[in-house]
Design a protein around this ligand. Sequence first.
Ligand SMILES: Cc1ncc(COP(=O)(O)O)c(C=O)c1O
Length: 473
Amino acid sequence: MSENGVLLKNKMNGSGLKGKALTRNGLHHVQVNGSLYPAKVKSRRQCWEVKPSDMAQNTLNPIRAIVDGMKLNPNPEKPMIALSIGDPTVFGNLPTDKVVLQAMKDAIDSQKFNGYAPSVGYLQSRQAVANFYSSPEAPLDAQDVILTSGCSQAIDLAISVLCNPGDNILVPCPGFSLYKTLAVSMGIEVKLYNLLPEKAWEVDLQHLESLIDENTSCIIVTNPSNPCGSVFTKEHLEKILKVASRHCVPILADEIYSDMVSHRQWTRHKTSVFPGCSSPSMASLSADVPILACGGLAKRWLVPGWRLGWILIHDRNNIFGSEIRQGLVKLSQRILGACTIVQGALESILNNTPPSFYSSTVSFLQSNSEICFNELSAVPGLTPIMPSGAMYIMVGIDMENFPDFKNDVDFTERLVTEQSVFCLPASAFEYPNYFRIVVTVPEEQMVEACGRIREFCLTHYRPRSRDSNDLDQ
Ligand SMILES: Cc1ncc(COP(=O)(O)O)c(C=O)c1O
């Protein structure tokens, strides 16, 4: 039945609109002798002028802004190696586990998951996530879980429920660009707090604290980190929690890379502060700070295209209370987020994926990181920072000694032109003079790429001599 039909039917039932009515096609109607006729509305426009909304115009993805502006013309003599894409499936060397695939096939064959699910997800699937992530320190029930379309929607809902336009959020620098993309489009100010490369990317706690004011509505903590590959110690996480607690600011913990942490101490990294083995969740360490922890299947289960994420609501002192929970439920109703087939497979994925799958993924990432770190450590003008988790390594460029290039964007652009190796300039993470390498590529390609980066640097490295330094002073 047409929209007009619905309106007319309602009228006949006595529940319709009286007098002037607005149908969904936007036309005003008036009632004359029981019938609806278009009202004579004075046209306000003489010609077409359809503009994108302010929200659309204010939605900017810095990675796209930078990469689309680069001239990426690879050297035709060398096959391209893209170390830029944070999608572990692109090279085909890291398939997901067959248990994960079977769970999906079973969910389809059951025909039980073809309809709409509740906006927050099926209760059974939420319970499965709650069971998987529950710990004695941070217990979870199905009611504490909201299923979303990837971790991205989880972050979107978490920011949306905690912040109003005019508020500010504290975001790590360097950090994942989505936080800013979402916040700015909602009129929320982003304040960047510094991570310290010389301390394996720990948070500059003083800087973090200095940014908090009465309009700060949340602190985002990404652990393990994209783009740094760093993993915070328990002690460091506790210090961040203390800052949040002192100022009564909730935390949005982006833990999409949780448990993607190296198994053994990475001893070759001299300044390593990581004991390896584990990355405790923020919630397991929090005595009072309320936390929305965002995660999903994308990275650990190597299926980013399946778009299944979650928010875990940790609120032991009932600070979020029912209002924030209700807010999240309402926001989830805007769009039914997570695909029902994947929700149907979730319980089996979480319960039946063999531990060997997780450990072999992490071993591979760790070994590739070590190769990359060792190779690039020996390259003049580069300072790689050894990661301890996730799937990235950040590399500092000693720009002073590469006079051929203006900045990291220029450097990485020419690396493509000459060597057909593409690394993401860290300006995309608001952190110039670094680039980020994704370590999910097959080992041979990692070795080949490092060799080419070395050749490129040897060609362009021209250290400023001590004499010229002296003359400048
Ligand atoms: C830190 C971080 N958070 C969230 C996401 C988004 O995850 P999803 O693909 O599940 O939306 C990513 C993806 O790269 C990420 O690196």
